[in-house]
Ligand binder design. Sequence first.
Ligand code: NQM
Length: 357
Amino acid sequence: MAEQGIPCLWMRGGTSKGAYFLASDLPSDAALRDRLLLAIMGSPDIRQIDGIGGADPLTSKVALLSPSTRSDADVDYLFLQVFVDQPLVSDAQGCGNILAGVGPAALERGLVAVAGEETPVRIHMLNTGEIATAIVATPGGRVSYRGDHAIDGVSGHHASIPLMFSNIAGSMTGALLPSGRVADVIDGIACTLIDNGMPCVVLRASDLGLTGQESREVLDGDAALKARIEAIRLQAGRLMNLGDVRDKSVPKMTLVAPPQSGGVVGTRSFIPHRCHASIGVFAAISAATACTLPGSPAASVARLPSGGTFAIEHPSGAMEVQLELAEDGSVLRAGTLRSARKLFDGRVFPGPLANRA
Ligand code: NQM
């Protein structure tokens, strides 16, 4: 398999980039598959020089696609985070940005048939068990990536890909608020432990002595801050039913601050050891949901919108998420608009596996 290369689509999904494979093109044994993926990405190595990864968690991602095992879905999608600097591959989280490329990739690979000018693709997200619906532009019977939609963090305009979700509360932890509280105090800091599609810890930037407007580079360069955040994260992981999260990419850590550009809230998101260049899709939905909870740190700095559109500010602009709330305040449905682009379609050659995980 490795000598002949493995069929691989290299795509941008939202503000991430990753390798999209048919699951049937990779070994079914997870340990062997993960060694292969580490070799493909060039991990562990902060430069990923001997692989196709982009030396950043946001560009060291994998989507595995297969025909759906469920009658209410068209395609199964397993997301894998390939760590850059450690010999680790984790399925302990989903990814809403890479999700944006799943509909197009499934159509490109013939797992789903074009259904008209637009094709709805129902995606079974294997990491969490939930279904997302993506609408893909398919004029003239083919996927089109061209369009006039812009997303902050990506230059240019592309075809928009609406993503819609329901029942994502407790995706990996069993409950929207896995500790049963709107706020827990960890190391003296009020935190909301929340999971609306992604386990996240939401805390005020000001409680860490920050404005919440610092750049990604400044935050990433602050070793003392990162150690403090990691200490909180390890305790939060246990309270969120995630156990020892030392080697896991969840929970994410989201610092919130008053909005500066007309949005609902400002964010700086750690995923979990580097600051995100923007924010993850499910992390933004979880942060938006935290803003709606009276008594939470996020609610204390948020400016709530009159409708259901929540602009979540981040280091490269803002991500708009839609929340449809029930009368009791719980989230019925959530959604956002993303885009994706096919960058390269070919075969990838993993190189030697000997010195990896
Ligand atoms: O929260 C990064 C990303 C993500 C995940 C991460 C994501 C999400 O922006 O849904 O999209 O949190 O590691 O790609």
